[in-house]
Ligand binder design. Sequence first.
Ligand SMILES: C[S@@+](CC[C@H](N)C(=O)[O-])C[C@H]1O[C@@H](n2cnc3c(N)ncnc32)[C@H](O)[C@@H]1O
Length: 260
Amino acid sequence: MPNFNDLNLDNWKESEIWTDSLWIIQERDKTGKHSNFYHGNFVPQIPHQLISRYTKKNEVVFDPFVGSGTTAYEAETLGRHFIGVDIQKDLVEQLKSKVDNEKYFSEIISGDSSKSATFDEINEVLKKRKRENVSLAILHPPYADIVKFSDLKDDLSNAKSLKEFLSGFALVLKNTISILENGRYLAIVIGDKYTAGQWIPLGFYCMNEAQKLGLTLKSIIIKNMEGNRAKQNKEGIWRYRALSSDYYIFKHEYILIFKK
Ligand SMILES: C[S@@+](CC[C@H](N)C(=O)[O-])C[C@H]1O[C@@H](n2cnc3c(N)ncnc32)[C@H](O)[C@@H]1O
């Protein structure tokens, strides 16, 4: 039996946990606090599956790109403590007022996750909460410059080149690994991009950064991207463009699972 979750395998046939490497999610979960106001958020089913599969109740989940708080709300619903960081102060303030801090703590910090000063603050929080580390990290970074999240210079969506994006992302990974319990899991959710007539495999580049830092790759999950807002109601135009050219239309992103 795995010692990193609370799944009861006596009735494994009824388990709601997905074990295939292909995740087709038809509709986003809109229950509870999930409001879908944030362009660039992920579907709640992603953190729901990861938290249920890789943590036990009362453990701490960490998200260094917390955005609108999808991971925070899922942690709360599933009875896990939570620490999240985002570079956008307003977003952090908004999220702080929405999370519940009663039975399970939810600490939302405003800062740059590539900086060690931010992790000094996180270590203080862990100390205050009498914890040594976090048990699962979920990283959903900007897909380079596909969606610009802010005008802030250190926002990874403003990196001036692929190289700069990857070195910033590697620093976030390194910092995150430093607070992750040994033997536990880290997930990266990322899609690829197209620039100047070339497919840029951001997913594989990010996977490579994680492997360079010593993480073990456990799974590459492919998830459909049907609901992408930028392309909604424009299926025909995209298909025409693809047919009149030589490329395929993005319909998937990656959920990369690593073990420390
Ligand atoms: C893809 S979004 C995450 C969305 C989130 N999963 C959700 O469901 O709302 C990426 C987030 O990373 C934040 N971000 C970008 N660069 C950052 C950095 N250096 N440190 C911390 N947060 C950063 C952006 O402000 C944005 O909210």
